[in-house]
Design a protein around this ligand. Sequence first.
Ligand SMILES: Cc1cc2nc3c(=O)[nH]c(=O)nc-3n(C[C@H](O)[C@H](O)[C@H](O)COP(=O)(O)O)c2cc1C
Length: 182
Amino acid sequence: MSEFYDIIKRRKMVRQYIKDKPIPQEIVDKLIANAHRAPSAGHTQVQEFIIVQDPLIKEKLSEAALNQEQVYDAPLSIVVCANTSRSVGRYGKRGREFYSIIDGAFASMLILLTAVNEGIGACFVGAFLDDKVSEILELPKYVKPIGIIALGFPAEDPSKFKRIDISKLVHYEKYSNQKQQK
Ligand SMILES: Cc1cc2nc3c(=O)[nH]c(=O)nc-3n(C[C@H](O)[C@H](O)[C@H](O)COP(=O)(O)O)c2cc1C
């Protein structure tokens, strides 16, 4: 199996990390460099990244993320943001409310896959109070937080979630048709 397929297969959210084992800067650089390869609507390049390691900020972020412990426990988090000022002029509401989320999600996925490749555990956290996160990180109004990615060397190997059978999810030509014509 190619390495690429293997990485996709191995990816899963990891929520427990080895304490006192920081992520080396060169790995952080790779995570960001690959996220920076993400596409964006009209090449507006809205994606921005806030790297958080300060325990005080982590504590506040964890609270804003409905007290999810992995956000505090992770030695480092990357908060993926979308700077909508770079898209709103061209795309208006759709840029601000829709493309921004997709752009941030694409960059986040690249971080998650790069983490697998580097032996780092990662958890994408989307359940948080936007206003609180914006306040903690002092985001300008036009910068929207899309996800908090908690990262650290894995201290757990959770079992993989089963997926719904592919045949139930794929439709041919129209939604009502789940069988391919031969
Ligand atoms: C948009 C989105 C939001 C998510 N928010 C959270 C979250 O707040 N906390 C968390 O622990 N996991 C969160 N997850 C991770 C999912 O729970 C996880 O991807 C799903 O259960 C499947 O598990 P797997 O990724 O390990 O295969 C989120 C995932 C997505 C795509």
